[in-house]
Design a protein around this ligand. Sequence first.
Ligand SMILES: Nc1ncnc2c1ncn2[C@@H]1O[C@H](COP(=O)(O)OP(=O)(O)OP(=O)(O)O)[C@@H](O)[C@H]1O
Length: 664
Amino acid sequence: MRYDQAAHIDELVRTANGHATRRDAIIQDSWRRCVSEHNLDPEVLRAPCIVTQARLREHQDAMEEFLQTARFGAETLYRQVAGLGYVMLLTDSKGVTVDFIGDPTFDNNLMRAGLYLGADWHEENAGTCAVGTCIATGAALVVHQTDHFDATHIPLTCTAAPVFDPAGNLAAVLDISALRSPSPKDSQFLALQFVKSFAHKIETANLINRFRREWIIKLAASPEFADVEPAHALAVDGSGRILGFNSMARELLCREGGSQGDRRPLVGRPISEFLDLTVDDLPRFAHSRPASQRMVRLSASGVPLFAQTLPPPGRPAGIPASEAPTPTLPQPLQALFRDEPAMHQVAARAAKLVNTQMSLLICGETGSGKEYLAKAIHASSGRVGKPFIAVNCAALPETLIEGELFGYEPGAFTGAAAKGKKGLVIEADGGTLFLDEIGDMPLALQTRLLRVLAEREITPLGRSRPIPVNIRVIAATHRDLVAEVKAGCFREDLYFRLSGAVLALPALRHRTDLPWLVKRLLAERKSTEGESLDIADEAMLLMRGYSWPGNVRELANALDYACAVASGGLIQPEDLPDVLRRPTDVMSPIPLAYRLPDAQARPLHASAPSAGRSDRDELIAVLAARQWNVSAAARDLGLDRTTVHRRMRRLGVMPPWRSTSSLQ
Ligand SMILES: Nc1ncnc2c1ncn2[C@@H]1O[C@H](COP(=O)(O)OP(=O)(O)OP(=O)(O)O)[C@@H](O)[C@H]1O
């Protein structure tokens, strides 16, 4: 044990025995809690506790939408402090690190220090630390060097702030930490302000996202800042009842309610109890009017504030949320399918993400339309009009990928083009970079890609200064990336970075809109005589019965063939490629909704005992009917998600895009 660790333990023991110490009160209280409530022994040095991949996934799944909303804020915070040696951690309310951004070159040191995805920083395990003590107290704080309880952590400086959900419950903790820092604790004062400010932004973004179909009221103390940085934000429904708030609005309303001696919960109470307005007044506070004319007073204290209201989309004031129309999908996403539940789910999720900075991962069998979907996302986003650059990582020789992607300066290496090369990442600036077959990207380049994603800048070969880039990365694969991670062929941190949002495209044989797709593709084609074509019912029946291993690409090819050989403007069974007419290639006539994806079509007894077979069949059927959305299946079964996940593991049931070798 090092001398500084021994001295630290000595101070802990003396404090636990009631001796005075000059530490902040919040640290002293936490030390005492660690000894008396968590039974932590100051003399034991504990290694960081990192949860298993399966548990991490469960923690991430449970707050998926929040993570998507928080990502941009967390990345922006990281960019501001990365140069000072900080990493960024976002933990859930239990202290498990569900998002992490750090310099990949420090991986091992960060992991050893517990600054890593999956690290559990709850006070019960890790002792006094910024995240754990923030969870215990609900307060933002700095835990600097020897403030930490466990002597393992005393080189670290950590600053954390709580992020509350719209009902005022702790949702997450935002933390920045550094392996090294100056000794005075004051050096972290600005870090604390930074983290608090970003926690506030994430909280407000989460509130607005969660209640985007309701009235949002933002309040600021000055007219000049009413539209720029309104401190207080709350959501109210069409009848003027409070639905949610950020922490600053909660404090303000509690003060107001408190001054009238009313301590009832805020949710459900009419906004007119707190502000001198009713729901009918809300349109008056729309952004189009000058801020100075948007004054409102707090009912109890009479203090003036300046309001800005955001109305529910496409709904005049006063109509209850339940009667609001469902928001429509952007046209390019709508054009991908017709009345097809699995595709609708993919498109609806993509629609929510089109304008976020998040990287997306599209999974699906070959030819299922991964690039087509990526283009539709690009066309639906604010990046439309900017480049969409597609790179097939499997098609480029390993030696060329680096130069093609990241570019190089003139004369960077022997054989380099005289003018140098810009690189596809820079060419995609402002737009979308589509990385097809990401599973085939060599490991060394995965590290460089990770850095581009984390830092949003790129250093071409032979250049010393990085170039900032603004790209949206969409990756695609038909492989089981989780298995690739397990086999050491794919970087785990890159996988987590890319898989923040996974869009799983259904195979064509599982799509219920095949007839519509056939007609749509036919409308784009002509016969050799230049006439439009239709398809006979018998030919359509053959198409519906075929298993389409090459998916939409194979369908398009089959129609090209049929259009070339058909005559009289109608495609007959004999105009279809032979393979469609061979009985062995035809699917068994099980009902479409219960047709199982390939991974599940293996002999069931191979992975499940016969006693469990009917349970397994039932579980697979419900999951397949819900396009493998575990939450939806759990609702159907009347179980919670964790139980369904546990049951899936026990019965060896996996989504079609994972193989049996997947990480569990
Ligand atoms: N929804 C769709 N509507 C019309 N055509 C589509 C649709 N989806 C895919 N296609 C067509 O199917 C073909 C294959 O699509 P795409 O290249 O996007 O598949 P992929 O999954 O990326 O394939 P791969 O795995 O081989 O990279 C393309 O010709 C594309 O134009």
